[in-house]
Design a protein around this ligand. Structure first.
Ligand code: FAD
Length: 524
């Protein structure tokens, strides 16, 4: 038996990729070496455009537990400097405080609903590829076996076995000397500031919640999540103690060094699982290639960086939303030549940008008078709304522009957050994209453009859906939206003249292959 796609790793990125492939009409199998769901606490939240990406697949509601669509966050931090996002008219920074374990649970539940097979306790141990596929060696609960697959995706984390077996280098830097201690704790209720929710540390002062707080001696975070209060410190130039779990006393001592004051921390309440973690040093690395013939890398297997500002899942989950429909198209036979390679050309720059801004933030939180001076300068720069917008666009990933041709300002950009007034009532674009089908949107209320767009779709109707609805705000007359919700083509003209029609058909061909009925078309 040959499987279409094997995914190594049932972390968030492997599971999300499995969902995307299933929506694209391909059934992957996911191999996960751990026999049970992990109890490890990693991410505490999702930050950036990933929140919109999950909304577009109907997953935001499951994660937030409410029916409201996502709203941008009024505030965030860059390198422990406050970002006043509420001052922006077009704030791109979305956030959702949800533990990674819950993200994985929801994605696994969705993957299973879509019919994905997840094999727990099955570890990929070897691979060999030829022109037609990859033979994968697996250590399963009942012993070793092999599976043959057309494509293999390594979503197997920062230490990726798949990446190593393919001989793909992972250049970058390892930072030593920093030690970060994080724990679920309780703090005396009288220290919590009723007005701000911050923490009044006796002998130090008020520390706002959910913000990195830098002192001359390190970094302090107080985060009273609904699932438990988290306190985290980071110090530099210390002997790390490896990744040995710390004690609560060690956290108290670290807080004393960082803040120069005592904070009476108590053990956490409730059943847990509770976090008590020490991280020493850190890596910033980017895979030399994201693809080796029939093997692709996604998520932490392709890039690792500091967790400052929580960019990991924003990057990784958007990688797999980019990859899923392209790989499905390749397998189903309608991908235009080179489409799969655009996974790397589009996503590597996004990863490079995350590497850049996490390193920049690491520099801004480091100790030393020069850094303090740099922070004074940055604080001045952050009074300017344009700087806030620039940083918010960068951190959220809203500044990404893929090279999709076309001279419309929206071409290659994330589709705007529109609501369409359709014949059956208002519908958010995010609700229209749940099936991950390409969409051609006619945003004028007239029948003539709809007929013209429908005519231009001849040969792609099997792959692309036409939707008509008046947009609730300033929008182009028509938009072609890829399954990952990036704009492949846009037009401001309500009439589709010949030039526009040719441009639309060129964009359709570039993204979704030749029209059916032609020799290389999908044929339905
Ligand atoms: C302390 C910390 C805090 C973080 N905070 C945030 C945050 O707030 N927000 C955020 O967005 N990101 C955060 N991140 C980053 C985020 O956790 C990672 O980016 C994310 O886990 C990457 O997901 P992944 O699916 O690529 O890899 P992983 O989560 O590492 O999953 C890989 C999976 O592959 C499995 N596997 C490995 N090898 C094999 C094999 N040979 N065969 C089969 N299975 C295999 C592993 O068991 C694992 O389940 C944080 C990370 C850390 C360490």
């Amino acid at each position: 038996m040959t499987v279409d796609v094997l995914i190594a790793g049932a972390g968030p990125n492997g599971l999300m990729l499995a969902c995307e492939l299933s929506l694209g009409g391909v059934r992957p199998i996911v191999l996960e070496r751990l026999p049970d769901n992990t109890k490890e606490n990693r991410a505490n939240g999702l930050v950036g455009q990933v929140v919109r990406a999950l909304d577009r697949r109907g997953l935001y509601e499951r994660l937030s537990g409410g029916a409201e669509p996502p709203r941008p966050s009024p505030a965030f931090v860059f390198g422990a400097l406050p970002l006043e996002l509420s001052r922006l008219d077009d704030n791109p920074m979305y956030g959702l405080a949800v533990p990674q374990r819950r993200v994985e649970q929801v994605l696994e539940e969705r993957a299973r609903e879509l019919g994905v097979e997840i094999l727990r306790g099955h570890e990929l141990t070897g691979l060999a590829q030829d022109e037609d596929g990859v033979t994968v060696e697996i250590a399963g609960p009942e012993g070793p076996y092999t599976l043959r697959t057309r494509f293999l995706v390594g979503a197997d984390g920062g230490h990726s076995r798949v990446r190593k077996l393919c001989g793909i280098g992972f250049p970058g830097v390892t930072r030593d000397g920093s030690v970060s201690i994080g724990a679920h704790v309780t703090v005396p209720a009288e220290l919590v500031d009723a007005a701000t929710g911050g923490l009044n540390v006796p002998g130090y002062g008020l520390i706002p919640p959910f913000m990195h707080h830098r002192t001359d001696h390190g970094l302090f975070v107080y985060a009273p999540f609904p699932t438990g209060t988290l306190v985290n410190t980071t110090e530099w130039n210390r002997d790390g103690g490896g990744d040995r779990p710390p004690t609560l006393d060690e956290l108290r001592e670290s807080v004393r060094r960082v803040l120069g004051a005592d904070l009476p921390l108590g053990p956490p309440e409730g059943d847990g699982p509770h976090l008590l973690r020490r991280l020493s040093g850190g890596n910033t690395r980017l895979a030399e290639r994201f693809r080796d013939r029939r093997v692709l890398l996604a998520g932490d297997a392709a890039h690792v960086h500091s967790a400052i500002g929580g960019p990991g899942l924003n990057l990784g989950l958007q990688d797999v939303v980019n990859l899923g429909w392209k790989l499905a198209a390749e397998i189903r036979g309608w991908a235009p030549p080179g489409l799969l390679d655009t996974y790397e050309t589009e996503r590597r720059p996004a990863a490079e940008r995350v590497v850049m801004h996490t390193q920049a933030q690491s520099a801004l939180i480091a100790p030393g008078p020069e850094v303090t001076a740099l922070r004074v300068l940055f604080t001045e720069l952050l009074r300017d709304e344009r700087t806030i917008k620039h940083i918010a666009d960068m951190m959220s990933g809203a500044d990404i522009r893929y090279d999709l041709g076309g001279d419309h300002p929206l071409a290659g950009r994330p589709a705007p957050d529109l609501t369409l007034e359709t014949e059956t009532g208002p519908v958010r674009l995010a609700e229209l994209t749940r099936a991950a089908r390409p969409l051609l949107l006619n945003l004028t209320p007239d029948a003539a453009p709809a007929a013209a767009l429908d005519g231009a779709l001849e040969g792609w109707r099997d792959r692309v859906d036409l939707v008509t609805g008046k947009a609730d705000r300033d929008a182009p007359a028509a938009l072609l939206v890829r399954p990952d919700c990036y704009v492949a083509w846009a037009s401001d003209s309500p009439r589709l003249d010949e030039k526009e029609r040719d441009a639309l058909r060129a964009a359709l061909t570039a993204a979704f292959g030749a029209p059916s009925g032609t020799s290389s078309g999908a044929g339905g």
